[in-house]
Design a protein around this ligand. Structure first.
Ligand SMILES: Nc1ncnc2c1ncn2[C@@H]1O[C@H](COP(=O)(O)OP(=O)(O)OP(=O)(O)O)[C@@H](O)[C@H]1O
Length: 526
């Protein structure tokens, strides 16, 4: 009790604790290293890592602790790759990984010729044998080398790209060093720090810029890999589909009833452009079977250059596109967003060739136009998507979106994912939100009172197969179009999903986002 007066006891326990002592030691060492280049790997550091291993024995077992122990036991030389000169047989440093140990030491450069590693001559050895010597080395590694005569001057500018494909270095037998590879998924933003090599670039993920760089295939190489394996790649929208998308539509003439049972029309808010679930499958199959060979030639570029874009408050708003499998709740979420503030949010009024009904007003429910005008709009690529229903054409046009944006509102539309390519323009700068179904178990709970609403199935309950179809379709959409999604919302709880949608839409307008560089760099680009 006496010792605890004024917290003295607590302070005593704290200062005696292993973890604080280790932390203070690390701090002391780092202070000594600070500003010293090359960073010395001293005896002290090795002793320290042994002590940290001891401390980790007391830590509760977890994946992170295991990994840390592994790294501390065998400090691996991740920082440079080597190659053998085809003619001379010399072993040279092929590249130094940015931010890695070798780079930070400032001692190794691409092109340096290795003579000895830890006293072992490397002449006549294969790169694999040299790596074995390195792997078996403990503690300090000594290189004897002949420095390259012309040290490369780094005049690289950092480039940011969105990965349009997945890459798994461990599954790539061609990578010079799989451990040095950087795995990435479509949609991730990469910072490319080195493009000196025609085949292998170096990059980091913007989500982890403190990590050292990893190897990624160059644009040219990844494209070549995609071509080789095009048959097992997810389907990419091909050029013939770059013009407007044609769909078999299901149109449901919905009316909105406001307070006192008055009919309220929210301009352009129609359940018009969604595919019928059964027909959608047929439609997509026919697309696969129609152009199997052209899919190969039209594989998209593997990386898309991106820049940080912050909308100026006086600029037009970005178009908000909702994408999701049929039945997931795209319309419900869109309806809730628009009705929450119709002065801020609005949908685009569709065009149709059908006859105007007596209670309808041109430009409110639809823009009523002739078939010829409609077709002209399609041929001049002014339709984001369009389709036919009972002999009449219906479509969402770029002009209708523009009208909403010009009025200073945020335009919110839903689109089949195949239409994303057409909407991705400098003018509309769309922000694409994928509405994803939760697990089937969760949907069984939350969709008990939900109804399938299409022209075939009005007020039908969701069956098990509908939920499975939704899950499958969502997986396919993510695999094929995930690279275009700026944000993903899992529609589990409707209230929460609506709140997430609202904040995502505001973030898209008010906070910096990665957008294709062509949208910003040139006014003439798409
Ligand atoms: N999170 C949710 N919890 C419970 N019910 C939901 C949820 N989200 C949507 N629903 C209900 O599911 C049904 C289908 O939703 P909605 O019509 O918005 O789907 P959709 O994605 O637009 O698909 P479709 O175009 O085929 O109609 C509606 O009854 C809707 O109220």
């Amino acid at each position: 009790c006496k010792r605890d007066a004024n917290g003295v006891g607590m302070l005593y326990e704290l200062l005696r604790s292993h973890w604080l002592q280790a932390l203070l030691k690390i701090y002391e060492c780092l202070q000594q290293y600070l500003g010293k280049r090359p960073a010395p790997v001293t005896l002290q550091a090795r002793v320290l890592s042994r002590e940290v291993i001891e401390l980790l024995h007391e830590a509760p077992p977890s994946g992170e602790v295991k990994e840390l122990r592994r790294l501390l036991r065998s400090p691996h030389f991740k920082g440079a790759t080597i190659k053998r000169h085809e003619i001379t047989g010399d072993i040279t440093v092929a590249r130094v990984i940015h931010g890695g140990l070798a780079d930070r030491s400032g001692l190794l450069y691409a092109g340096d010729k290795l003579v000895e590693v830890n006293g072992v001559p490397v002449e006549g050895l294969d790169p694999e044998q040299v790596i074995n010597i390195l792997a078996l080395s403990q503690g300090t590694i000594m290189f004897k080398l002949i420095p390259v005569s012309d040290r490369p001057v780094s005049n690289q500018t950092t480039l940011y790209v969105r990965a349009m494909a997945d890459y798994w270095p461990l599954q790539d037998p061609a990578i010079p060093c799989a451990d040095a590879g950087l795995p990435f998924k479509r949609g991730e933003i990469l910072q490319i720090v080195d493009q000196n090599d025609a085949l292998w670039w170096q990059a980091r993920k913007v989500s982890d810029l403190s990590a050292c760089a990893g190897l990624i295939p160059s644009n040219h190489l990844l494209k070549r890999k995609q071509r080789e394996f095009w048959w097992c790649q997810p389907f990419q929208p091909h050029l013939c589909l770059k013009s407007s998308m044609f769909f078999v539509l299901c149109i449901l003439e919905e009316e909105e009833f406001g307070e006192f049972g008055q009919r309220v029309f929210i301009a352009g808010f129609r359940r018009s452009m969604r595919l019928c679930r059964r027909k959608a499958r047929l439609q997509q199959q026919s697309c696969y079977s129609r152009c199997p060979s052209s899919c190969y030639s039209a594989l998209a570029a593997p990386y898309e250059e991106v820049v940080r874009y912050q909308r100026h408050p006086t600029d037009r708003h970005r178009l908000i596109i909702l994408v999701g499998p049929a039945g997931v709740g795209v319309n419900e979420l869109r309806r809730r967003l628009i009705t929450s503030n119709p002065r801020e949010f609005q949908s685009a009024t569709p065009h149709t060739t059908r006859v105007q009904k007596s209670y309808e007003m041109n430009g409110r429910e639809y823009h009523y136009i002739s078939k010829e005008t409609f077709e002209n709009m399609v041929y001049s690529h002014r339709m984001l998507e369009y389709g036919e229903y009972k002999g009449y054409l219906y479509g969402t046009s770029i002009d209708a979106v523009r009208t909403v944006l010009d009025a200073g509102k945020i335009c919110v539309i839903d689109l089949e994912p195949q239409g994303i390519q057409i909407a991705r323009t400098h003018e509309l700068k769309p922000y694409i939100i994928f509405i994803k179904p939760p697990s089937i178990g969760c949907m069984r709970q939350t969709r008990k009172n939900a109804r399938i609403i299409t022209d075939y199935y009005v007020n039908m309950k969701f069956k098990e197969e509908d939920l499975q179809e939704m899950e499958e379709s969502a997986k396919k959409m993510e695999a094929q179009f995930g690279q275009f999604f700026d944000h993903v919302i899992v529609n589990d709880n409707l209230q929460e999903a609506s709140a997430q949608l609202l904040s995502a839409v505001h973030r898209a307008q008010d906070e910096p986002q990665w957008v294709p560089a062509v949208w910003i760099c040139s006014d003439n680009q798409p």
